[in-house]
Design a binder for this molecule. Structure first.
Ligand code: FAD
Ligand code: NAP
Length: 315
């Protein structure tokens, strides 16, 4: 017979949003259950220095920060499970999640904190130098490229914003786009084109990230012009891939309202979804900020909203 666990506050995901929701829910005596998923600790476990999470004068390592958040959530009374949820039923309360272990988790409320993933190009060289010059987050890693040259791949708002942001640190930013016009808003295009540090390489795709093994890092890129078929190489130190993000919402498709990019919709100023008792926090509902501190902030909001919802049910 399969195992089952019930809680007042069920939390899905173990990134900053999930752990923060757990800390607040546990301190409100809701005895939360948190299911960690395939990536315990979330996205920050695949990065090194985190320099913008408040409280650390010296950079904290992403995995260390997440271990500390987990310990804090456990310390105040969260029950944690190493499981991957493969099925969700939000049609009635209690809400039901089923793990690939066969374990069933039910919650009077549910906080969805399944995060998002940067889309990658899928090149072996991109994977090889990830975290060693290849990044998908300029706000997080731009600082490490002070006085260096970098490129950004993509032509949407994120790519253009990241290119502009990176000019605060880098001496030159080459925006590499596969077409001859940008997808981004006009105002961003104008800003990028007026910026003397930004050069745009049109009709071009990244073929290979070039690098060295010792010390490990990026030394350049090999680019193909899709119109002429010509190859060229650029010497640079960093590659920022900005071709979009995908929220981890597959489980909930057709059950909870999402936007046209499958981010969960919440009532503005809250983490409330269209289903009473179901909340969404962190990157799964945020395509703009996508930061650890904003994920933690919305995790806190979700737990406070859960507490209020449950109190209202009891009266
Ligand atoms: P995530 O961290 O994405 O966590 C999602 C969680 O959901 C994971 O634990 C996963 O296992 C779980 N999950 C997903 N699907 C399931 C399922 N089916 N069943 C169970 N669990 C599931 N932000 C900063 O503020 N500063 C930085 O320096 C910084 N650096 C970054 C570097 C990199 C390389 C990346 C990729 C991101 C970086 N970010 C940084 C962004 C930051 O990591 C995210 O904004 C933040 O982690 C989002 O937190 P979250 O809790 O919403 O989700
Ligand atoms: P996006 O709008 O989907 O743009 C992705 C870009 O990457 C496109 O230019 C696309 O090229 C390119 N691309 C996709 N796959 C590629 C591949 N395999 N190889 C090379 N290039 C590839 O994604 P986004 O820029 O992350 O924006 C996502 C959403 O968030 C959008 O709705 C955006 O408006 C919003 N956003 C808003 C702001 C803001 O309002 N300030 C800031 C950031 C993001 P093509 O153009 O050829 O398709």
């Amino acid at each position: 017979m399969s195992d089952s666990h019930h809680t007042k506050a069920l939390i899905l995901g173990s990134g900053p949003a999930g752990y923060t929701a757990a800390i607040y829910a546990a301190r409100a005596s809701l005895q939360p259950i948190l299911v960690k998923g395939l990536q315990p600790g979330g996205q920050l476990t695949i990065t090194t220095d985190v320099e913008n999470y408040p409280g650390f004068a010296e950079a904290v390592q992403g995995p260390d920060l997440m271990i500390a958040m987990q310990a804090q959530a456990e310390h105040v009374g969260t029950e944690m499970f190493d499981d991957i949820i493969v099925e969700a039923d939000l049609s009635k309360r209690p809400f039901t999640l089923t793990g690939d272990s066969g374990t069933v988790y039910t919650g009077d409320t549910l906080i969805i904190c399944t995060g998002a993933q940067a889309r990658w190009l899928g090149l072996p060289s991109e994977e090889k130098y990830m975290g060693m010059g290849v990044s998908a987050c300029a706000t997080c890693d731009g600082f490490f490229f002070r006085g260096k040259e970098v490129c950004v791949i993509g032509g949407g708002n994120t790519a253009v914003e990241e290119a502009i942001y990176l000019t605060n640190h880098a001496t030159k930013v080459t925006l590499i786009h596969r077409r001859d016009e940008l997808r981004s808003e006009k105002i961003l295009q104008e800003r990028a084109m007026a910026n003397p540090k930004i050069e745009i390489l049109w009709d071009s795709v990244l073929e290979e990230v070039l690098g060295q093994d010792s010390p490990p890092g990026v030394t350049g890129v090999r680019v193909k012009n899709v119109k002429t078929g010509d190859f060229s190489e650029l010497d640079l130190d960093g590659v920022f891939v900005a071709i979009g993000h995908s929220p981890n919402t597959e489980l909930f498709k057709g059950q909870v309202d999402m936007d046209n990019e499958n981010y969960i919709l919440t009532t503005p100023g809250t983490t409330q979804t269209n289903i009473p008792g179901v909340y969404a926090a962190g990157d799964v509902q945020d395509k703009i900020y996508r930061q650890a501190v904003t994920a933690a902030g919305t995790g806190c909001m979700a737990a406070l909203e859960v507490e209020k919802f449950l109190a209202e049910q009891e009266t």
